[in-house]
Design a protein around this ligand. Sequence first.
Ligand SMILES: [Zn+2]
Length: 85
Amino acid sequence: MPRYTYKCSGCGRVFDITHPYKEIRKLCIDEDCDGSVEKVLSKPISYQSRSPAQTQAAGSVIKETIAETKEELKNFKRSRKIYKK
Ligand SMILES: [Zn+2]
């Protein structure tokens, strides 16, 4: 059976349940809660956030940061030399 993620509008609880494709869960898993639940499409969104384009962007940011750090280090050494004199 497929697995679905639901969020309850009453208590805010998010839960995963399995049920047949044609069925729709309407009640919270908490028996004391009378809030209505809605399907949450959490899994496809988390896959999108790991797209190759963003991974590449993150890699270039790291490279830039390393380059900036090297540059700062150079400037720091230079300034220390001046300071010593
Ligand atoms: Zn609830």
